[in-house]
Design a protein around this ligand. Structure first.
Ligand code: ZN
Length: 321
């Protein structure tokens, strides 16, 4: 019998797990809730118990697996297999996950940042279509980035792929969570576009339903802004246009450095679909080195929720290749 890989996608509300074949097909998948109480101390033991229960259910043995791969939020040390600073898990102290998994299963274990892992999943089985050079941007509450070069995650000294903290203007002075100002994430993520709307609302004199909602402190989301822009709200259109310029600027810088085959846009914001790519593309063409525009294209993520477990499984294969 050929062996399988276990993929684990750890998130703030749920942990997705899957039995994945060596060629990246999901054979079985399941999920559990993420229990973040008491500094998230139950998270890893819960994962271990759930893997044990499901292997029994599937009548499989841990020795049927090449290894376990995991994607995690926070600052992940892939060499030492530790995580720190995953605030949505209440993990403020160093988590020695590698040791816990080794004690429980004693098979190879690999872990990386969730954005890197999602990039690996999309590169392997999603929109990347197996191309060896791919960059992914996950547009959610923040912006996660993953750079895959020659089929491997670019980790650099540990902080490689931090696309969300590319600075994309020098004069707006919007404070980012990282300590800098005017990062891509703080101006163009799902939350960032709201910052952009507030910034421009203070400077816009005309009539706009969106401006009224922003000024009244109503609960406006990225989706509402894209919808209003498509409904020809002039103010929303201006925000979306500025958003597209920022995204295109970041994409052009990335493309000029690594010239990937694809820059893949995923995450919640990307649910707005091809419309987003169509907004960014003309500016991308304007900003990027001309030859690079011919060989790097923007596209939407393809495998959505499965990218995490598939990418996690790929971590195990990546380590052996
Ligand atoms: Zn930042």
């Amino acid at each position: 019998m050929s062996k399988y890989i276990l993929g684990v996608d750890l998130g703030g509300t749920s942990v997705k797990m899957a039995v994945v074949s060596p060629d990246g097909e999901i054979m079985k998948k399941w999920s559990i809730g993420t229990n973040i109480i008491n500094d998230g101390e139950a998270i890893v033991p819960d994962i271990i118990d759930s893997i044990r229960d499901h292997l029994e259910l599937f009548q499989m043995d841990i020795n049927d697996f090449y290894g376990i791969g995991m994607g995690s939020p926070g600052v992940v040390d892939a060499d030492n297999k530790t995580v720190i600073g995953a605030y949505n898990l209440n993990w403020t102290k160093l988590q020695r996950i590698g040791e816990q998994m080794k004690d429980a299963f004693n098979i190879p274990f690999y872990i990386d940042n969730d954005a890197n892992v999602a990039a690996l999943g999309e590169q392997w089985k999603g929109a990347g279509n197996g191309a060896s050079n791919v960059v992914m941007m996950t547009l959610g509450t923040g912006i996660g980035g993953g750079v895959i070069n020659e089929g491997k995650i670019v980790r650099g000294q540990g902080g490689g792929g931090e696309i969300g903290h590319l600075q994309i203007t020098t004069d707006m002075d919007v404070q980012c969570t990282c300590g800098k100002t005017d990062c891509l994430e703080i101006l163009a993520s799902g939350k960032g576009i709201i910052n952009l709307a507030r910034y421009f609302s203070d400077r816009y004199e005309g009539n706009s339903e969106l401006k009224r909602q922003i000024d009244d402190g109503e609960n406006v989301g990225a989706e509402d802004i894209f919808n209003e822009a498509q409904n020809n709200d002039f103010f929303a259109g201006e925000i979306v246009d500025q958003w597209a310029k920022f995204m295109a600027l970041a994409c052009s810088h990335i493309a000029n450095v690594v010239n990937p085959k694809y820059i893949i846009l995923g995450g919640g914001v990307s649910a707005a679909g091809q419309y987003l790519i169509d907004l960014i593309n003309p500016y991308f063409k304007q900003y990027v080195f001309p030859q690079i525009f011919e060989s790097t294209s923007l596209r939407l993520a393809d495998i959505g929720n499965d990218a995490g477990v598939i990418g996690a499984a790929r971590l195990v294969e990546e380590a052996f290749s």
